[in-house]
Design a protein around this ligand. Structure first.
Ligand code: AMP
Length: 360
């Protein structure tokens, strides 16, 4: 495959959620078509894409069809089975980001080890495969510890605080006695995030730092750019550049950080894809994260990342989506809805970007 890809080419996306939907809209604007592979019927991304293959991610016929028809394949969530990516690569199709980024980010333990080896600070942590391992971690690091499954957790799922050593067995049972990681508390004063992009020729573009507000492990709000973050910015940018370079990364990556009271930054985790903390770029930047990702995987030059205005991004979770008429009536607010019919509690149904006035 020769890059840059010319408009008219087909881009494959593994995953059919809202991130795929917004990637597909961005791809269409640049003249590309998109094929979505998703097991879900009526998926948010499929409804705005040229083609949907409804099949399991490891379905060989669906993957073969993708390899035959797509010039490049990317993904919109990181829990795509590694075997699916390996199958596509064996068929000779370009996959971006590459398999290593996916493998590292799928395993919280590997992710932290990789980060530390690349010179990026994280909380102290310990591998936990048994209750004895957890007891040893408690003896070494003290309580409390946050016990997380190594794989498959998201939005605060698969995590439990171990507040006292005597709670170890119950905590390990609560996460299903699965391979896990025990983390020291981050003791952060706030959570920051940075959206980073790397193109096929190795050029890097970084968006401004933003501030994340979580509730019950789910992102509620992003303020962009983060206020008072001048001191944190150089270190955040250094971390982002180290990660992208160490992974020889192509595409957009979402990087979540803790800022401690002493100003020190720690990496929480990274996602090898467009990210909820970057939704503000849709209305705050000339080139948003979705277009940036399409540009990167297609070998186009990266676009500008500076904030043209401040934005407050608010997630609409579950029934909150019913408030769309109120948001739609606000002149400074843009509404993004994902076309999901069932508003389950905590489900990301849409978001709004509220443009901040220059003096605020
Ligand atoms: P995660 O899924 O690992 O990003 O965790 C979800 C949220 O839990 C984070 O955004 C933090 O608010 C919180 N959290 C995660 N890890 C830690 C930690 N080691 N110490 C304190 N809070 C944490």
């Amino acid at each position: 495959m020769t890059f840059p890809l010319a408009p008219g080419a087909m881009i494959g996306i593994l995953g059919g959620g809202q991130l795929g939907r917004m990637l597909s809209l961005a791809a269409a604007r640049l003249g590309f078509d998109v094929t979505i592979l998703t097991p879900e019927a009526n998926a948010p991304a499929g409804r705005v894409s040229a083609r949907t293959l409804q099949a399991d991610y490891e379905d060989p016929a669906a993957l073969d069809e993708m390899a035959r028809t797509c010039a490049v394949v990317t993904f919109e969530f990181e829990n795509v089975p590694a075997a699916a990516v390996a199958h596509l690569m064996k068929k000779g199709v370009a996959v971006a980001p590459a398999a290593q980024a996916l493998a590292v980010s799928q395993d919280r333990l590997e992710e932290k080890r990789f980060a530390n080896a690349a010179g990026i600070a994280t909380v102290a942590f310990s591998a936990v495969d048994t209750v004895a391992d957890l007891n040893a971690a408690l003896a070494r690091m003290g309580a409390p510890l946050l016990l997380k499954t190594r794989r498959g957790g998201y939005d605060g799922k698969g995590q439990v605080w171990v507040r006292r050593p005597e709670d170890a067995a119950a905590a390990f049972a609560e996460i299903g006695e699965r391979p896990a990681i025990a983390e020291a508390p981050a003791d952060f004063r706030r959570e920051l995030a940075i959206i980073a992009a790397r193109g096929r020729s190795g050029e890097i573009a970084l968006y401004p730092l933003t501030e994340s507000h979580h509730e019950n492990g789910i992102l509620r709000r992003t303020t962009a750019p983060a206020r008072g973050a001048d001191k944190a910015l150089p270190e955040a940018e250094r971390m982002a550049v180290s990660l992208l370079t160490a992974l020889d990364y192509v595409g957009v990556m979402g990087i979540e950080l803790f800022e401690r009271d002493d100003g020190k930054l720690l990496l929480n985790e990274f996602a090898p894809r467009v990210h909820n903390t970057g939704h503000w770029t849709l209305d705050g930047c000339e080139v948003d994260q979705f277009e940036q990702h399409i540009r990167a995987v297609c070998g186009w030059p990266l676009g500008p990342t500076r904030a043209s205005r401040g934005v407050e991004m608010i997630n609409l979770l579950g029934e909150e989506v019913r408030a769309w008429p109120r948001y739609a009536a606000e002149p400074e607010t843009r509404v993004w809805l994902y076309g999901k019919s069932e508003a389950r509690p905590g489900r990301k149904m849409g978001h709004v970007n509220r443009m901040m006035r220059p003096e605020s």
